[in-house]
Design a protein around this ligand. Structure first.
Ligand code: PEP
Length: 257
């Protein structure tokens, strides 16, 4: 990893105000792990309260609408989450692609809206178990990622600052079974090559590529040792400060593990 490792907790649809004390604990612990960048993506309702108190961690949203505003009952715009204190948004998560039928084109429109609102984006990609078994995982993920990202001329000049990619094989999310380090190495290498092809050597080689899918404190160190892994997008294990910061510790002190 050439840049600071990036550990992002995706709280999904978990968390009421009772979880604010956990976020506080994560924020305090992150101040002791400055070699690692720690961020939380709580439900929309907790973005502002966590942002208001956070001294170290960044706060982000788990999605946003592609339009600036209008008659979209129940939706929320990129400008709104930015106004609440979000500095980034996760886009194209497989749960959004599956549960809300989000297409690559829609995800790309959301990415353009988020960047225009000044947000950083974490762009998710990942294959199903069937796709992996059919031997087409690399081709699928590269095509999905390319179609979900705005083209280079629609990206800000500081692509590496504004874009993070998260490789999350769908079959590894929430299952307790992470991808093998060989599979992660292969996919992250392919994603790196694609990012360089799309955005040039200078920016494309600096974009952080996170792995997501059943990352826990006890498997984090071996995953972070894989070339081109720049951190983790963490679901279940991000809900307590102990487990999220266990993962952050593995990223900050790789030699100790
Ligand atoms: C996720 O949904 O982004 C994720 C990685 O979940 P988990 O860590 O629970 O597998």
């Amino acid at each position: 990893m050439t840049r600071r490792p990036y550990i992002v907790g995706n709280w999904k649809m978990h968390g009421t105000r009772a979880m604010l004390s956990e976020a506080r604990t994560i924020d305090r612990a992150a101040q002791r792990h400055m070699k690692v960048e720690v961020a939380l993506a709580p439900p929309y309702t907790l973005i502002h309260p966590i942002h208001r108190e956070a001294e170290q961690i960044a706060v982000g949203a788990q999605d946003c609408h592609e339009a600036d505003g209008g008659a979209h009952t129940g939706d929320i715009s990129a400008a709104m989450v930015a106004d609440a204190g979000a500095s980034f948004v996760i886009l194209g998560h497989s749960e959004r692609r599956q549960n809300h039928r989000e297409t690559d084109a829609l995800v790309r429109a959301k990415a353009e809206a988020a960047l225009a609102a000044g947000l950083k984006i974490i762009m998710c990609c990942g294959e199903s178990a069937d796709t992996r078994e059919s031997g087409k995982a690399v081709a699928f993920v590269k095509a999905q990622l390319k179609a979900s990202l705005p083209p280079a001329d629609a990206m800000p000049a500081d692509v590496a600052e504004r874009l993070t990619v998260a490789y999350e094989p769908i079959w590894a999310i929430g299952t307790g079974t992470a991808a093998t380090t060989d599979d992660i190495a292969e996919m992250h290498g392919e994603i790196r090559a694609l990012l360089i092809q799309l955005f040039g050597e200078e920016q494309g080689s600096e974009v952080r590529i996170l792995y997501g899918g059943s990352v826990k404190p006890d498997n984090a160190a071996e995953i972070f040792a894989v070339p081109e892994v720049g951190g983790a997008l963490v679901g279940g294990a991000s809900l307590t400060a102990d487990s999220l910061m266990g993962i952050a510790l593995a990223a900050s002190e790789p030699s100790a593990n």
